[in-house]
Ligand binder design. Structure first.
Ligand code: ADP
Ligand code: MG
Length: 389
């Protein structure tokens, strides 16, 4: 569904439930990271793009101090009382995300009025495509309309990140909120996680698209794998005598190999090579050099699998299938995207052959794993927008 279709559906449902039309409607997209994995907490580069999947939030003024929020289906509902200090609900409560954003606006010294709100989302929830940031950024965009206070994009993204930290209890990086705020149609965002500088890289060549495959597995981890990886990167940086692996090069890491355990060496090698690949991929996109970008994606996957050890058989299966389809079948490259151990892959494909490629991947993946994957394609979409208000 297009943004306009989603918005008119939401308006109709809003009218039915609240008995009046919404005064404001805002939208924010989910995202997929094209390349640059596990680089964010090493002060490196990431390269996300907004996808054509959105969370929309509609609202109308209400008397009193209550904020009523629900989704169109009525499966998620919440009432937040603005006359009380906003305290996080128990961990896992969905309304911690919008509540954290409300609290962020209050912290700016703005007094919020009561309102009735309804949301509608086509971003899969908990599927690694950042439904959480889409919800936060849609809420923030709505609150800009309600309060009349327009935030600077960086300030807005950081306010949403803080909501996720302080209210949802998720210590996430800055990527998801930055791309959901700053995405632009036909552009991918190169984000420097050290300086927070951003660069929108044009991808106007519509002969290619990104194809996302959800493996529909999420392996439960008990060994603190993420914390372990972070600690190993910090150890590598300590051995090298630098603040973070952003300051390292392939040469300095190789030179320090005798001082590192094999595992720490391989972790550092992934980070340093991935940061380099990300910068090169951005150059490749700028030059519409799709074979090069595709090769960098395959190399990223191999590094995540062998050096960083965060892949899993299902993610590897999709990448192997993509490799088999190959350039002659319209696939330039493919890699796991997100933290790993399940979730999604992202592939760069020939747009005119998306249908055939999707069917081939779905069939071969199910044959190999017994699991039905979920696939969708997207061109780079716009970031947060105002639909009404
Ligand atoms: P991801 O961001 O990858 O989708 P997260 O675990 O970070 O996964 O965020 C998912 C959580 O965000 C959900 O469990 C829910 O609490 C909240 N959420 C996101 N979108 C919605 C929505 N449309 N309706 C209700 N809750 C949502
Ligand atoms: Mg999330």
């Amino acid at each position: 569904m297009t943004l306009n279709e989603l918005s008119s559906h939401l308006s109709q449902e809003f009218q039915k439930v609240y008995g009046r039309p919404p005064a404001w409607i805002a939208a924010a997209p989910g995202r997929v990271n094209v390349i640059g994995e596990h680089t964010d907490y090493n002060e490196g580069f990431v390269f996300p793009m907004a996808i054509e999947r959105y969370t929309l939030m509609a609202a109308a003024p209400a008397t009193g101090t209550q904020v009523r929020i629900r989704d169109v289906q009525g499966t998620h509902t919440a009432t937040i009382d603005l006359s009380q200090p906003l305290k996080p609900a128990p961990k896992g409560s969905w309304h911690n995300y919008p509540m954290g954003v409300l609290a962020g606006f209050q912290a700016l010294g703005l007094s919020l009025p009561g309102f009735d709100a309804m949301l509608h989302s086509t971003v899969p929830i908990g599927g690694g495509l950042s439904s959480s940031a889409a919800l936060e950024v849609a809420t923030a965009t709505l609150l800009e309309l309600i309060t009349g206070r327009k935030l600077d994009p960086v300030e807005k993204a950081l306010l949403c990140q803080k909501a996720e930290h302080d209210y949802a209890g998720m210590p996430c990086g800055i990527m998801d909120q930055f791309i959901s705020v700053m995405g632009r149609k036909d552009h991918i965002l190169l984000l420097d996680c050290r300086s927070r500088e951003t660069q929108l890289v044009p991808m106007s060549d519509s002969s290619v698209a990104l194809l996302v495959t959800n493996t529909n597995v999420k392996h439960e981890l008990t060994g603190g794998e993420y914390a372990q990886r972070r600690a190993q990167c910090e150890e590598a940086a300590r051995i090298l005598g630098i603040p973070s692996l952003r300051h390292a090069t392939a040469e300095t890491v190789n030179g320090a190999m005798p001082k590192m355990s094999d595992v720490v060496y391989r972790r550092a090698r992934h980070i340093v090579s991935e940061i380099e690949r990300t910068v090169h991929a951005a150059e490749g996109v700028r030059a519409s050099n799709w074979p090069t970008v595709g090769q960098l994606m395959y190399a990223s996957h191999a590094s995540l699998k062998d050096d960083y050890e965060v892949s899993c058989p299902e993610l590897d299966a999709v990448v192997d299938i993509a490799l088999n389809i190959g350039l002659k079948g319209g696939v330039y490259g493919c890699r796991m995207t997100g933290g790993g151990f399940g979730g999604c892959t992202v592939a760069l494909v020939d747009s005119s052959r998306v249908q055939a490629i999707s069917e081939q991947i779905a069939t071969a993946y199910e044959k190999k794993t017994g699991i039905k994957p979920t696939l969708f394609e997207s061109r780079p979409a716009a970031g947060a927008s105002v639909i009404k208000g």
